[in-house]
Write a protein that binds this ligand. Sequence first.
Ligand code: ADP
Ligand code: MG
Length: 279
Amino acid sequence: RNIVRSETGPQLEQDYTIGRVLGKGAFGVVRLVIEKATGKLYACKSISKAKIISREDVDDVRREVEILNLVSPHRTVYEDRSAVHIIMELCAGGELFERIVKKGTFTEADAARHFRTMVEMVAHLHFLGVMHRDIKPENFLLTDDTDAADLKACDFGLSDFFKKGQRFSTLIGSAYYVAPEVLRRNYGPECDIWSLGVVLYILLSGMPPFWGTDEKEIFTSILRGNLDFTSAPWPSISDPAKDLVRSILNFDTQQRATAQGILQHPWLAAQGVAPDKPL
Ligand code: ADP
Ligand code: MG
């Protein structure tokens, strides 16, 4: 089955030296690769054809490649008998959250700065007509180990194109981050905003807002929608931060803050009021 058009193109191993495994996901494995011609480092996501079985799987992989190309052009795709290989920009800095944990201290101002970047990324995706559907800390990677590293969204495996007003019903995402309207199987791109709200709650408190010992309990908690701002560390977190969390984690998708609305919120606007004291 021809997944991408480059089947007759050069083999991956001809152009790249294959290095260590950077991470593994549901469909494949991501490796560090070195482009022989330039010596430049990239990440290569290889999706095993053994796991691409149904017609839907084929469509899923094709869509992921298409979205990757749209979001960050100049990606190369190889296909051989066993796998589809997608060459991507290397995010050598690892996950944002790991960096935060390693750093030790983290202020509301830091949280605001990182959160702003995530919201801008989602706004850009939505502008391109793509909803991510798997917004969570693990899917934000840093380009390198320095403090100046850029943040990138990754894993478009669950993403899809949407048209204005289009509604979706596929139950998809990651338990803690999934929006209530996704659980009710009637949703649009606003589900990404909800997930951002969950990420913000975790950034500020280290705890997920909706918790349970299994998926069923987590989903029940999401559908109940109670936000706990009484447990530590919430009493010491600024009111504007809480106000923003509340405006994002709103059940009503019409009332829920939009990406633009979030970016204009005083807590993370340019002259933000987010306090620069450790969380
Ligand atoms: P899957 O769709 O199978 O979940 P992902 O795209 O999430 O695969 O990739 C799996 C893991 O590989 C990620 O969690 C991350 O650790 C690592 N990874 C993915 N893309 C990159 C990249 N561009 N640079 C560095 N590591 C990456
Ligand atoms: Mg993944």
